[in-house]
Ligand binder design. Structure first.
Ligand code: GDP
Length: 195
């Protein structure tokens, strides 16, 4: 999986722009700076690939990456962005809701949580939306190299507590560091089982 080239396919701004649902897909959500681009790059082994999602204008799009013979990797950049105009935020939220509730080939959402910070209010919002949309989601802790063993245990407990309140949450979480390569194979293997 992902050994073959992964490419940025397109940024989608409306439901009719979605690529054909001809393969399974997984999506990634997380607050800005959580380490999402780094994680997608680590998963695909392509540095700089997911930077496409962080460029201005792309942050309110649903960004599709293709993997040869594998699933679509879908980056959902635009949640928790604070300074955007209300109309832009509303448009994004409508698109996000339509996508999450209407995409038959979406197998799982990965909600990225910073290992230093645990689950925040914006993370709760996306988790509630995933519950409502009946999309199974799995928490992925990022930047785990940045926390000490003790603190990691505390954050894990906090995240587990938060997940237990969400019916759509998959109980097992994945601890990663894109920097060190920790948990990346595990996450790849999980994605491979969803096909
Ligand atoms: P995004 O906004 O969620 O796409 O976040 P980025 O992937 O751009 O990462 C934000 C910052 O965190 C960058 O400075 C990264 O170098 C850093 N970062 C991302 N992942 C890791 C990690 O696993 N370990 C460490 N130490 N830093 C990371």
């Amino acid at each position: 999986l992902f050994a073959a080239p992964t490419d940025f396919l397109k940024g989608v701004v409306a439901m009719d722009g979605l690529p054909p649902g001809d393969r399974v897909e997984v999506c990634f959500a997380g607050r800005s700076n959580v380490g999402k681009s780094s994680l997608i790059n680590a998963l695909t082994g392509r540095k700089g690939l997911a930077r496409a999602s962080n460029t201005p204008g792309r942050t309110q799009e649903i960004n599709f990456f293709t993997t040869t013979g594998g699933p679509y990797l879908v980056d959902l950049p635009g949640y928790g962005f604070a300074n955007a105009p209300v109309k832009v935020v509303e448009k994004w939220q409508r698109l996000l809701k339509a996508y999450l509730s209407g995409r038959a080939t979406l197998r799982r959402a990965f909600v990225l949580i910073d290992s230093r910070h645990g689950v925040k209010a914006v993370d709760e919002e996306i988790m509630a939306l995933l519950d409502k949309s009946a999309v199974t989601f799995q928490a992925v802790l990022t930047k785990s190299d940045k926390v000490k063993e003790n603190d990691r245990a505390k954050v894990l407990a906090q995240v587990r507590g938060a997940l237990s309140k969400h019916p759509a949450a998959f109980p097992e979480l994945v601890v990663t560091s894109s920097e060190k390569g920790w948990g990346i194979d595990t996450l790849r293997a999980i994605i491979a089982t969803l096909e």
